[in-house]
Design a protein around this ligand. Structure first.
Ligand code: GCV
Length: 664
């Protein structure tokens, strides 16, 4: 891909130009050196307050500002109030970090050219707004598409990259207040004394920005680094080991957030190895952290094959444990019951757990949405989730980060919008995707509506476009094995678990397509509240975007449009391709509004996206056609690839070698 990128820069380097921009400043592009008048009524000026003052002094071009630490019953701990006070602006908050958030609010309004209301009151909705890094200690990032891990473990604690502070600042500017540094497939080494020193260094850098550090822990740590012969949660020595470890951590990092745990999932150790429940395992860790106010975020991403339907597993394993967890345990639940697919219904554990706190896990990195090659603005997906699962029942929100060492942090320049959107939705889940896209575009590029309006429209359409060309109508997991990038609905890997293979999910046969999860099938619909269970269970009322998720639908089934399922499928795939091509047209018209580096980068990625969309359409339709035995409607474009040819592609995901369209 790199080679082509260079060629493209030479060929298309814009002559009309805005200066090239490597994207490293993200949405924080305000002009500095303003020397604004900023004062504080506070006698003791904390490092956080110093940051707030500095940010405003540097970039604010309005009236004088007074920052005041003050309680107000309308504000929660991190909230802030801004009002005009004669010739001055008064920003108040019960906390220093609230004042910092107030400063970023003002700078955002300024960058967007938005007038200030007479009084602004903002409170973050979720208490914990946390990124999950799937970063390994060797510098690789699981499902990361933006370079290597930001954390230079081998250099820490002595050498400190300037990017650590830039990372903290970017997060604080959108209200993110916590981060899990390492992969949930956790190396026990992270809890060794040497690594904890490195973690402490990062925590010290993040603290002034209001960011708490958490760690993913490996359940078998007491054995691997503690030398014990067991990790059983009912063993006294194991309990003592975790208590000592917690003490050691809090001595170094007094505001340490807690542990994130993936247990008994995809080969990770857990309490199940000793016939203990998830509650018993989680409670042991919770007890160790309790004296210090720490939390355990225990993931529900489990799918041991006890039931024939993977989508039912998390519910089956966790629902019976409701009420058995300590109150400093939060169950971290993926938004959908399978695995971050382009579209899934919500995981029915939300709402079902009445006596246990739950928190959603979103995936910002685009593992199943075209990696860093496809433009897929994810706020509409999260907005859809928030419309189904009432956010008021949750106090925390997590997102798997898409950040790496790439100069622009996220690989695709529009990947920044997903990081931004996650933070903004964690601050306020009632913001619309449209409002967030508007904010991001105006701060990142410019405020000209001739640019903002069409590009915003493209962003808002982009997630649905991905659904259309990859997995319309509730199809899911038709990905190639392992890298989750291209299509392989035919994929069969001898010896692999059936529920890692596309055929398990799409169930195509001569009669039809889709997984029967209704009462005539796996009965997963019964895990939903009654009204939804009835809606999903009946093929006539099931929303069509989920129809192949919940039903095995005959090829000749009449859809709402009057088309048969087969025709509808063909139209949806084709629509996705046309949408991807439309994005190219939209973007090409934007050349004068965007710096040349970003323009060319996005242009190339959109080209790949459009070609990938055709690859997806042709692979899926030609494969499914073997079962439907019906023609692709003649008014639609003909496939450009041969099925047998596509079956031979074995994409090397590191360099895209062997992609059907030859991109390297
Ligand atoms: C961190 C999926 C991904 C894995 C990931 C896992 C999880 O299976 O493919 O890479 O592992 O989810 O969320 O734990």
């Amino acid at each position: 891909m790199k080679k082509l990128f260079l060629v493209c820069i030479m060929v298309c380097a814009s002559v009309i130009g805005i200066k090239a921009d490597d994207g490293s400043r993200l949405w924080l592009k305000q002009q500095t050196g303003k020397n604004a008048q900023v004062s504080t009524t506070d006698k003791s000026v904390s490092p956080t307050l110093i940051l707030a003052i500095k940010e405003l002094q540097d970039a604010w071009s309005g009236e004088a500002i007074v920052l005041k630490k003050q309680k107000d019953k309308r504000l929660n701990k991190e909230g802030f109030l801004i009002r005009k006070n004669g010739e001055q602006l008064l920003v108040s908050s019960p906390s220093d970090v609230g004042l910092l958030y107030g400063a970023y609010y003002l700078l955002r309004q300024q960058a967007m050219g938005q007038p200030l209301l007479d009084e602004v009151i903002e409170n973050p909705f979720y208490d914990t707004r946390i990124l999950n890094h799937w970063d390994n200690l060797d510098g690789s990032v699981e499902r990361g598409y933006a370079g290597r891990s930001l954390w230079q473990w081998e250099e820490l604690p002595d050498t400190v990259s300037t990017r650590y502070e830039a990372y903290a600042r970017a997060n604080a500017s959108i209200g993110i207040n916590a981060t899990v540094l390492n992969n949930v497939n956790a190396s026990p080494e992270i809890l060794s004394a040497a690594y904890l020193q490195k973690v402490k260094t990062l925590a010290d850098i993040f603290r002034p920005y209001g960011i708490q550090v958490y760690l993913s822990v490996n359940f078998a740590s007491p054995m691997v680094i503690g030398g014990l012969s067991t990790a059983d949660s009912q063993n006294k020595e194991v309990n003592r080991w975790w208590k000592e470890k917690a003490k050691e951590i809090y001595q170094l990092i007094p505001d340490f957030g807690g542990f994130l745990v993936k247990a008994n999932s995809e080969g990770q150790p857990g309490p199940g190895d000793y016939n203990r429940t998830h509650a018993e395992g989680a409670n042991m860790l919770a007890d160790a952290l309790k004296p210090y106010g720490g939390k355990v975020m225990w993931r529900t991403f489990v799918y041991s094959p006890e039931d024939a339907d993977r989508a039912k597993q998390a519910y089956l394993e966790f629902y019976p444990l409701d009420g058995q967890f300590r109150n400093n345990v939060i169950l971290q639940v993926k938004n959908g019951p399978v695995d971050f697919q382009p579209r899934e219904p919500y995981t029915p554990l939300f709402g079902a757990m009445q006596h246990t706190e739950t928190m959603p896990e979103f995936q910002i990195t685009q593992e199943y949405l075209g990696h860093a090659n496809h433009l897929a603005y994810l706020a509409p997906m999260w907005e859809e989730f928030n419309g189904l699962v009432n956010p008021t029942s949750q106090k925390a929100l997590s997102g798997v980060a898409n950040i790496g060492t790439d100069a622009n942090w996220t690989g695709h320049p529009f990947g920044q919008a997903n990081w931004y959107a996650f933070g903004r939705l964690a601050w306020n889940p009632y913001l619309t995707s449209e409002m967030i896209a508007d904010e991001w575009l105006k701060q990142t590029f410019n405020t000209d509506s001739a640019f903002v309006d069409p590009v915003k429209e493209m962003m808002l359409e982009s997630r649905e476009a991905v659904v259309n060309y990859m997995m319309p109508l509730g199809l899911h997991h038709t990905f190639a094995f392992g890298h989750h990038y291209g299509p392989e609905p035919w994929c069969d890997v001898p010896g692999a678990r059936p529920d890692w293979l596309p055929t398990y999910y799409h169930r195509a046969d001569k009669e039809g397509l889709g997984f029967d999860r209704s009462s005539t099938g796996s009965n997963a619909t019964a895990q939903y509240p009654d009204s939804l269970a009835r809606l999903y269970d009946n093929i006539k009322t099931c929303p069509e975007e989920y129809i192949l998720w919940f039903h095995h639908v005959p090829w000749t089934h009449r859809m709402k449009s009057g088309k048969t399922l087969w025709e509808e499928l063909c139209y949806k795939f084709d629509e996705g391709v046309q949408q991807a091509r439309g994005f190219q047209q939209t973007w090409d018209k934007m050349q004068t509004y965007v710096d040349s580096e970003t323009f060319n980068d996005v242009q190339l990625r959109l080209k790949i996206q459009a070609l990938d969309a055709m690859w997806w359409r042709d692979a899926c339709l030609l494969y499914f056609q073997q079962f439907s035995e019906m023609p692709i409607p003649y008014e639609l474009e003909r496939p450009v690839y041969e099925l047998e040819e596509m079956k031979r592609f074995k994409l090397n995901i590191d360099n895209h070698e062997n992609a059907p369209h030859g991109f390297k």
